[in-house]
Design a protein around this ligand. Structure first.
Ligand code: NAD
Length: 287
């Protein structure tokens, strides 16, 4: 006899089936501790790591609010989560527009009556700027302003507006998505790396200052992830080179960092704060 597992809800389900050698029973521990029912805003979740994170959180029974400037695509992800039995809604924001950041946080709080977690995934990733983020002698200050404004000020504002709600809830968890580019000293993408270094620094400020109020703040630093953008950006030759230097012989899928993000939002991570978690198949060992 098998007792059906609820699609969402409490973490444990008991199973018993009749195998060839008699009854077999086991317990399925499906969820991370304390994630079910948590109200989590995922900023930048129309595609890639953010969309995978929103889906994973939905599977874990969290109440997910997706934010993105590609609102149609974010709403499709929310509908998918709902169709699978989860709780999700979506709202517009633009990293470059403070008012929309404030409104997004207010909408997430309004939808679920509070906030337990925030994931900052959105970044200034438009190819027109990345392609012009070159070595320092050729730097274009306008490109630097746009990247720093989106990645650093936009993300910091998201934290600024979410923090009081996390404190009001009695604590919560923030996960920022950084990059190995912060410490790699790459020959190009100088301001991208600098912006992610700033994010690491902001993460530790928040961890240090708000830990006493129950708020944890960590970074996840993904290696090469085959998101929609990654599929286009990594040539077969680049993939082979990267895999050759990795102990785990594959590139990442969006679900890899999503699992670590979900863990850091869960109560299983209640003693972890101010850390930068590399999720990269072992391609780099620092942070
Ligand atoms: N994919 C990788 O290999 C990789 C590696 C290291 C770090 N990262 C980091 O992971 C994060 C996500 O990257 P991804 O590969 O999933 O990219 P992605 O482009 O698929 O996701 C970024 C999301 O942010 C949204 N967004 C972009 N600009 C925005 C703006 N101004 N306002 C609101 N939303 C905006 C996009 O619509 C998208 O949904 C980024 O912070 C990136 O730096 C990615």
């Amino acid at each position: 006899m098998a007792r059906a597992s609820p699609a969402f809800g409490p973490p444990v389900a008991d199973f018993e089936v009749r195998g060839e050698a008699g009854p077999i029973s086991w317990r399925l521990e499906r969820c991370m501790r304390g994630l079910a029912g948590k109200r989590i805003l995922v900023a930048g979740s129309a595609t890639g790591i953010g969309a995978a994170t929103a889906r994973r959180l939905g599977q874990e029974g969290a109440h997910v609010f997706l934010g993105d400037f590609r609102i149609d695509a974010a709403e499709l992800v929310a509908k998918d989560i709902q169709a699978a039995g989860g709780t999700a809604a979506a709202g517009f924001f633009d990293l470059h527009d403070e008012k929309t950041i404030e409104t997004l946080v207010a909408s997430a709080v309004g939808a679920y009556g509070g906030l337990d977690g925030l994931v900052n995934v959105a970044y200034e990733g438009r190819a027109e700027y990345h392609g012009r983020d070159v070595e320092i002698l050729s730097m274009d200050p306008k490109v630097w302003e746009i990247v720093l404004h989106g990645n650093v000020i936009g993300t910091a504002l998201m934290i600024k507006y979410a923090l009081p709600h996390l404190v009001e809830t009695g604590g919560g968890s923030i996960v920022n998505i950084t990059s190995p580019g912060a410490s790699a000293g790459e020959s190009v993408r100088v301001v991208y790396g600098a912006s992610k270094g700033a994010l690491n620094s902001i993460t530790r400020h928040v961890a240090n200052t708000y830990g006493v109020r129950g708020v944890r703040c960590n970074c996840v630093s993904p290696g090469a992830i085959l998101t929609e953008a990654g599929q286009a950006a990594f040539s077969q030759e680049m993939r082979k080179k990267m895999i050759a230097s990795m102990p785990i012989k594959r590139l990442g899928q969006p679900e890899d960092p999503a699992a670590t993000i979900a863990y850091l939002l869960s109560d299983d991570a209640e003693w972890i704060t101010g850390q930068i978690w590399g999720v990269n198949g072992g391609i780099a060992f620092r942070e």
